[in-house]
Design a binder for this molecule. Structure first.
Ligand code: GDP
Length: 313
């Protein structure tokens, strides 16, 4: 019997590539995408959820395909007006994007939770899979840096373009977070869990740190397979390899596998790399570079068929 129901854990731009591939490689109704919200923040009174929005824009085909985030054919009149008022914006919020943040914030003030609001947007935009934020509670990643001390995540990532040297990470509010029943149900019903190629430390660890999440995943007797975030020891985009080095780790598949520990029982490394020296139930290679929309779908198809073939054996 084919493994049909898939739960995918992701962050933003890198994760969205695999989310897009899976969405088009399988019946989207069988896909649940659990998204990091550890980089959420408030700006100009608005709640911004960068990763949830990247997934939503990608799966509704509204994303800016050049950047991989934000909305296509965007205008920035609101932002460009701000310097006249003495404000120098450092986070790029387009006018169309602002509409979503305004509506979300209004719903939050009216008492709706983030997963209800995310579902409302997905339904409005015609998305046919489930997109679920990792938690409804507000959790903030804080980045302790050599140069500036502790920074809010978006200051580190966007304002300082992830150039400061990372000392450590902290998830403020994580202890108060609760496992969303929608996530519990999706994991209980899943035939496989896929950990996207997202940054393990910045995007996946916040999801795994929700109290009870690691135990829930470990309690399942299904494939739990991570797709490598590194190709030939380098990130395709972003600071994954850089922060691994800053934390004293070699930027290798083995470091990623060790970091995930027994949360995963399988790993897919890139075909350009050697086989990691780790024993896992499922370990195989693919061309994991998703540099076109067609290749995202091919990677997802290959991933699903390889997992299916191996489980049948
Ligand atoms: P962010 O939240 O926008 O920073 O994005 P993610 O955390 O979801 O993804 C960043 C990670 O995705 C980085 O480690 C990249 O190396 C990885 N990534 C991006 N594109 C690809 C790709 O085509 N193939 C693979 N294997 N990894 C990718």
């Amino acid at each position: 019997m084919a493994l049909e129901k898939v739960v995918l854990l992701v962050g933003g731009v890198g994760g969205a590539k695999l989310a897009y591939g899976l969405y088009h490689a399988m019946p989207p109704e069988n896909l649940t995408v659990i998204v990091n919200t550890g980089d959420d923040f408030w700006l100009y009174g608005l709640r911004i959820c960068p990763d949830v929005d990247t997934i939503t824009y990608t799966l509704s085909n509204r994303v800016n395909k050049t950047t991989g985030w934000g909305v296509a054919d965007e205008t920035f009149i609101t932002l460009e007006t701000m310097p006249l008022l003495g404000e120098t914006p450092w986070f790029r919020l387009g006018d169309k994007d602002l509409a979503l943040h305004m509506i979300r914030t209004q719903y939050l003030h009216k008492g709706k939770n983030l997963s209800e609001i995310t579902k409302h947007f997905a339904d409005s935009l015609g998305i046919r899979c489930k997109i679920v934020p990792m938690a409804n509670e507000f959790i903030e990643t804080k980045v302790d840096t050599v140069e500036y001390g502790e920074l809010d995540f978006q200051e580190y990532f966007v304002k300082y373009r992830w150039q400061p040297t990372l000392k450590s990470l902290r998830l403020a509010g994580i202890d108060q977070a609760t496992l969303n029943p929608i996530i519990q149900d999706a994991i209980h019903q899943a035939d496989m869990i896929i950990v996207g190629p997202s940054n393990p430390w910045l995007s996946i660890n916040p999801i795994l740190s929700i109290p009870g999440m690691r135990d829930l995943l470990r309690s399942t007797h299904i494939p739990r397979i991570a797709l490598t975030p590194l190709i030939q020891g380098q990130a395709v985009k972003g600071p994954t390899a850089k922060i691994m080095q800053e934390m004293g780790l070699s930027p290798s598949n083995e470091s990623v596998i060790d970091y995930y520990g027994d949360v995963i029982n399988g790993f897919v490394y890139d075909e350009r790399d050697h086989q990691p020296a780790r024993s896992l139930e499922t370990l195989f290679s693919l061309d994991t570079l998703m540099d076109t929309e067609a290749k995202r779908i091919t990677v997802a198809q290959n991933l699903l068929s390889q997992i299916n073939d191996r489980i049948k054996l």
